[in-house]
Design a protein around this ligand. Structure first.
Ligand code: F3S
Length: 280
């Protein structure tokens, strides 16, 4: 069996940066906890927990003795204000590209522009992003784009992990909705590279595995693209998902298997999967 790994896969710059920040703090013997999971990846979160770095899901859970690390997805302005008021020491691991998108939204709001965010309204990144504008609407489907009223002017930004092709389709619909359309392509380069690599690899292999959490937005998008390009696409969270005999029997039928991984999947996890497949 031949295993081909996508040209771009696994940990992105924002995740590496966040883990580096936390590990430096930990090495200095500082006690730290994160606000929400640092990233959407269970093995990485388990590693952090083993070092004593757990996460809290509400302000009430914050331990006074620890520094609070803000996750790569960022936090809302309201939470930021409340943390400041309480004097909670923080370590900001928000991805700079998420921050950049927040700044764009803030600037547009100040200029009184109508802001449209394309993304998942329940994802922590979008929960935080929407707090940067008063007049904001979130959509996540072509039907929602089509249902928008006509406007004189719309400014549109994307969730950093959005499917690039889907964003282009939404923009196509919005062109009919506004006299002036300002498009900010805030899909990050790491997302674009990983999606492009999967688009290239998926049609050239018999089957493709996308490794990453089902909670991870960018992994979900990679799997979506893989499925569009290859009927034998599967998403697994870790190597343990390959232990089932039925799954192994299915995989053994293929001569070439492609591998891709979300931006929060570690290189070790990708290697584990690759080694497991090679031994099949
Ligand atoms: Fe940042 Fe993009 Fe990764 S926004 S956290 S570089 S997926």
């Amino acid at each position: 069996m031949k295993i081909l790994v996508a040209e771009e896969a696994g940990f992105c710059f924002g995740v590496k940066r966040a883990l580096k920040l936390i590990n430096e703090y930990h090495r200095q013997g500082k006690k730290i906890q994160t606000y929400g999971p640092l990233i959407h990846n269970v093995p990485v979160l388990n590693d952090l927990a083993a070092k004593g770095v757990g996460h809290v899901s509400s302000l009430a859970g914050i331990a006074r003795s620890k520094t609070l690390c803000i996750s790569t997805h960022g936090i809302s302005r309201d939470i930021e204000r409340r943390l400041r008021r309480r004097g909670v020491p923080t370590l900001d691991a928000t991805c700079p590209l998420v921050k950049k998108s927040q700044k764009i939204i803030e600037r547009l709001d100040k200029a009184k522009s109508r802001v449209l965010i394309v993304g998942d309204k329940d994802h922590p990144e979008i929960v935080a992003a929407r707090s940067y504008a008063g007049n904001v609407k979130i959509i996540n489907s072509l039907a929602e784009a089509r249902a928008l009223p006509r406007s004189r002017e719309i400014s549109v930004v994307a969730q950093t992990t959005l499917n690039t092709e889907f964003f282009k389709e939404v923009i196509g619909v919005l062109m009919e909705k506004a006299e002036t359309l300002h498009v900010f392509n805030t899909i990050c380069q790491a997302t674009r590279d990983r999606q492009e690599a999967v688009r290239k690899l998926a049609p050239s292999v018999d089957a493709i595995l996308v490794v990453g959490s089902r909670m991870s937005s960018n992994t979900k998008k990679l799997f979506q693209i893989a499925k569009e390009k290859n009927p034998n696409a599967m998403q697994i969270e870790t190597c343990a998902d390959l232990r089932e005999k039925r799954t192994q029997a299915r995989l053994k039928r293929f001569d070439t298997i492609g591998l891709s991984a979300g931006a929060s999947t570690s290189p070790q996890e990708l290697d584990n999967v690759k080694n497991f497949l090679q031994k099949l």
